[in-house]
Design a protein around this ligand. Structure first.
Ligand code: ADP
Length: 453
C-alpha cells in the first residue's frame, strides 16, 4: 500500500525491483503533492524468489495534520504483464522481419499481389506500383489495369499461362509490360492458388519481379554468340573443305606423317563446326526464330532414313542398328528435317555409348493420339545423379569419357526444344551399365489411325 510504503518503507522497499523504485517513489510523491489518483506498475521480489508484477491504484486524502492517506488496492498482474511483454516482443520481431522483407523486396524489385477470384479484388505491394510505373496514392489496382499493361505481343502467352494455372494451380511466366510513360520492362510472374483450407474464398497469390536487366543481358549474350558463331562458320567451312580435299589425295599424295596430322586437324575442324551449328541452333530455338514446316511424314520412312545416314558412324563403333517393325501407314505431323536432327542425335548417342559389337534398336508405336519413337541401347547407361541434368545445355555425364567419344553436350537440349516446339515430348529411362531408352512422343496424324487398327 502506498501509505505503507511511505510510513514503513524499510519493510517493503527492499523487495521492490531496484529499476522500478525511483519511478514508484516519484509517482507517490506526485500523487501526494497534487492529490491526484495514484497509479503505478512495478515489480517486487516474491516469497519464491521470483518477480511479481503489481499494479497499484489509490486515491489520496489529505489529513488534518498535513500528511496524506491513500485508499486503494494492489493487483497481481504478473500473467497479464508477461502476456503483453511477449506480445510486444513478437510484434517487434514481426516488424523487423517485415522491414527485412520490404528491403529485400525493394532491392530485388520483387512485388507481391493477391487476387480474390470471387470478388475480382486485387492488392499490390508498393514495389509493384514502382515496377509498373503507377502512383500508389492515385491508382486502384485491378485485373483490367494489369492486363492493359501487358505488351500486346505477349498477351497470348499470358492468357495461355493463365489457362495452365487454372489446370495446375501454378502460374509461371516471363513477359513484357508497357508503362504509362511508354517504357518497356520485362517481368517474371509466379503465382499459385491458396489452398481452400487457408482461405474461405478462391484466392490467388503471386509475385512479380522486374527482370529487365537479366533479359537484356541474355539478349546481349545470345546476339554475341550468334555473331561470333556466324563469323567463325565461314572461315571454318573453308578450312574444313581444304583439309578434306588435301586428305582425299586428289591434289597429290600426302606424306604419311603429314597425313596423320591433317586427319586430326580435319576431324577437329568437323567437331568445331558441329559445335557452332549446335550453338546457332540453340540460340535460334531460344529466340523462337527456328521455323518449322509441319507436314504429314511417314514414321517408317524417317526411321529408315536416319538409320541409313548413321550407318558409317555405327560402323566406326562396330555397332549394329536394328529397325523394329513399324506399320507403314503410321504417320505423324512433324518437320521432317528437324525430326531427322532429333533421331540422328538419339541414334548417335546410343551408338557412341554402346560397346563394340552391340545392337541399338529403333522402333515406333502409336498410343492414343500420339506416336512413340524409341531408341534403345545396352550401353553405358546414365548415372542416377546425372539423370536430372541430361537435357541441360552443355551437360555431359563424365567430361573425360564424353570428350573421348566426341559431342558438345548440346544435342539433347536441342532435341528437347525441337520436339516440344513440334508439339511433342521427350524422355528416357536408363540403368547404369545396362543401357538407356530415349523416347520421343509426337502427335499422330489422325488420318493414319484408321489404317492402323
Ligand atoms: P553429347 O553431344 O555430349 O552427346 P547430348 O546432349 O546429346 O550431348 O548428351 C548429353 C550427355 O548425356 C552425354 O554426354 C552423355 O553423358 C549422356 N547421354 C546421352 N545419351 C546417352 C546414352 N544413350 N547412353 C549414355 N549416356 C547418354
Amino acid at each position: 500500500m502506498p501509505e505503507q510504503v511511505k510510513h514503513d518503507a524499510s519493510l517493503i522497499l527492499d523487495k521492490i525491483h531496484p529499476q522500478d523504485l525511483p519511478g514508484l517513489l516519484d509517482s507517490i510523491n506526485k500523487s501526494a503533492a497534487t492529490l491526484s489518483n495514484w497509479q503505478y506498475q512495478y515489480r517486487v521480489l516474491n516469497s519464491t524468489g521470483g518477480l511479481t508484477w503489481l499494479s497499484g491504484h489509490a486515491a489520496p486524502e489529505r489529513m488534518p495534520d498535513g500528511s496524506t492517506l491513500w485508499h486503494g488496492y494492489l493487483e497481481d498482474i504478473t500473467n497479464t504483464k508477461q502476456y503483453y511483454l511477449e506480445l510486444e516482443r513478437v510484434n517487434k520481431a514481426l516488424k523487423l522481419s517485415q522491414e527485412r522483407l520490404d528491403t529485400a523486396s525493394e532491392n530485388a524489385l520483387i512485388g507481391f499481389w493477391q487476387a480474390s477470384l470471387d470478388t475480382g479484388e486485387l492488392w499490390w505491394s508498393s514495389v509493384i506500383y514502382q515496377i509498373f510505373g503507377f502512383e500508389e496514392a492515385t491508382t486502384t489496382p485491378s485485373v483490367a489495369l494489369f492486363k492493359n499493361a501487358v505488351h500486346p505481343d505477349d498477351r497470348d502467352m499470358v492468357i495461355q499461362s493463365e489457362k495452365v494455372a487454372q489446370e495446375t494451380g501454378l502460374n509461371d511466366v516471363v513477359h513484357r509490360i508497357i508503362r504509362p510513360d511508354g517504357t518497356i520492362r520485362w517481368v517474371h510472374e509466379l503465382a499459385r492458388m491458396l489452398p481452400v483450407s487457408d482461405s474461405a474464398v478462391a484466392t490467388l497469390i503471386g509475385s512479380v519481379q522486374d527482370v529487365t536487366e537479366r533479359m537484356q543481358l541474355q539478349q546481349l549474350k545470345s546476339e554475341f554468340i550468334s555473331t561470333v558463331s556466324h563469323e567463325l562458320r565461314t572461315p571454318l567451312t573453308s578450312i574444313k573443305g581444304a583439309l578434306g580435299l588435301v586428305n582425299s589425295g586428289k591434289l597429290g599424295q600426302v606424306p604419311e606423317k603429314m597425313f596423320n596430322l591433317l586427319t586430326v586437324a580435319h576431324s577437329n575442324s568437323e567437331r568445331l563446326s558441329h559445335l557452332i551449328d549446335d550453338l546457332l541452333d540453340i540460340e535460334k530455338l531460344a529466340a523462337g526464330k527456328m521455323s518449322f514446316d509441319l507436314q504429314v511424314v511417314s514414321v517408317q520412312k524417317e526411321l529408315q532414313h536416319a538409320i541409313r545416314n548413321l550407318q558409317p558412324y555405327a560402323k566406326q563403333f562396330a555397332v549394329i542398328m536394328q529397325l523394329q517393325l513399324v506399320p507403314s501407314a503410321l504417320c505423324i505431323k512433324a518437320d521432317a528435317s528437324r525430326l531427322q536432327q532429333v533421331l540422328t542425335n538419339l541414334l548417335s548417342n546410343a551408338i557412341k555409348f554402346s560397346s563394340h559389337g552391340a545392337t541399338v534398336t529403333i522402333g515406333a508405336k502409336h498410343e492414343a493420339d500420339k506416336v512413340n519413337i524409341e531408341v534403345t541401347d545396352n550401353g553405358l547407361g546414365i548415372a542416377p545423379e546425372f539423370q536430372p541434368r541430361v537435357f541441360e545445355r552443355f551437360a555431359q555425364a563424365d567430361g573425360s569419357s564424353s570428350r573421348q567419344r566426341g559431342g558438345t553436350g548440346l544435342g539433347l537440349a536441342i532435341c528437347k526444344e525441337l520436339v516440344e516446339q513440334m508439339g511433342g515430348s521427350i524422355g528416357f529411362r536408363s540403368v547404369l551399365q545396362q543401357g538407356s531408352t530415349f523416347f520421343v512422343s509426337l502427335p499422330l496424324h489422325q488420318d493414319s489411325s484408321g489404317q492402323l487398327e
